[in-house]
Write a protein that binds this ligand. Structure first.
Ligand code: NAP
Length: 297
């Protein structure tokens, strides 16, 4: 339980509601900032504007998945009021106050560092990334079905990258009957891809491996699907780029060649916001419980 722990939850989207629900169940004292347009009330949680918050009482701050903007602004779909998180806010919190965010940027890293407050980026954790790969794959399947006129079954599917998302994508497309080739660069990845019954190839050889591709799914966050590679795809190839913005595809060249290329960020929050929220809520609540018991002995 998180009784006596005072947590401020800032803004966000539907995923944050699952976090609030979970922390309410665990009996934390919650201050919700950026929720004035949310009709639903949570027992024991009070809604406030950022300038009404007593930061000196806070044990933890939970930011939305997106963290803050480069000037400290926090997005919320539950309010039109502007919220800016500053270094001064963090400095006022209890010295053990821990900031949790999905991702971070230079602004957030800097204010956490300057105020000597711990910052955890939940989306960098393997557990969150692996759980999140499940709704990501489901969203990818949805996009491929919507944008092709063939079945995934027996399609020639090329997956680029064999990390937390790439491995799930490859495995599930294979289970749907696709002929899956996976591009990677580590020998242990080649071995694992082979063991899983798929065809591995080295990314250095990418442009020679894509001649028969129906669907290419990229998970590598660097420009790997470049003009040279795109020029080798058949004209009907669909590229679904899952890598974080700006993706790993030369979209300008793909358009010029008439190849459909889609950047598909944030699929978990789109196709399964409740599950995506629960993934964050479950991991976060466990971290808070561990921290609480460690501090209280
Ligand atoms: P990850 O576990 O770090 O995997 C990244 C993969 O890319 C690894 O196979 C890595 O290879 C490879 N890679 C990285 N840089 C490379 C380079 N310069 N050349 C060749 N290969 C390179 O990351 P992840 O969790 O799978 O996430 C992949 C991307 O998807 C990220 O950008 C993430 O933000 C994004 N994502 C998108 C969604 C969505 O909804 N679209 C959802 C979740 C995640 P090595 O192992 O050899 O380094």
């Amino acid at each position: 339980m998180l009784t006596d722990l005072h947590i401020a939850v800032f803004g966000g989207d539907a995923r944050q509601l699952e976090v609030i629900r979970k922390l309410t169940e665990l009996d934390a004292t919650l201050t919700l900032i950026g929720y004035d347009q949310l009709d639903h009330g949570f027992t024991g949680a009070s809604k406030m504007d950022i300038d009404e918050v007593d930061f000196s009482k806070l044990d933890s701050i939970i930011l939305p998945v997106s963290g803050t903007g480069l000037k400290g602004e926090i997005d919320t779909i539950f309010s039109n009021r502007k919220m800016i998180l500053t270094e001064e806010h963090l400095k006022k919190t209890k010295s053990h106050c821990h900031v949790y965010s999905g991702i971070s940027n230079s602004y957030l890293n800097e204010i956490a560092l300057n105020s000597n407050r711990k910052l955890t980026k939940l989306f960098e954790r393997d557990d969150v990334a692996i759980y999140n790969s499940i709704p990501t794959v489901e969203g990818t399947i949805m996009m491929v079905i919507q944008h092709t006129d063939i079945t995934i079954h027996q399609s020639n599917t090329v997956v680029l990258g064999f990390g937390r998302v790439g491995m799930s994508v490859a495995r599930i497309f294979q289970a749907l009957g696709a002929r899956v080739k996976v591009g990677a660069r580590k020998s242990e990845h080649m071995a694992r891809i082979t063991e899983m019954g798929m065809i591995p190839f080295h990314l250095d050889n990418l442009k020679n491996e894509v001649y028969e591709t129906d669907v290419c799914i990229n998970t590598i966050p660097t420009q790997i699907v470049n003009a040279d590679v795109i020029s080798k795809f058949p004209s009907h190839t669909l590229i679904v780029d899952l890598a974080s913005k700006p993706g790993g595809t030369d979209f300008r060249y793909a358009e010029k060649r008439g190849i459909k290329a889609l950047l598909a960020p944030g699929l978990p929050g789109i196709v399964a916001p409740k599950t995506a929220g629960k993934i964050v809520a479950n991991v976060l609540s466990q971290l808070l419980i561990n921290e609480f018991y460690k501090r209280e002995g």
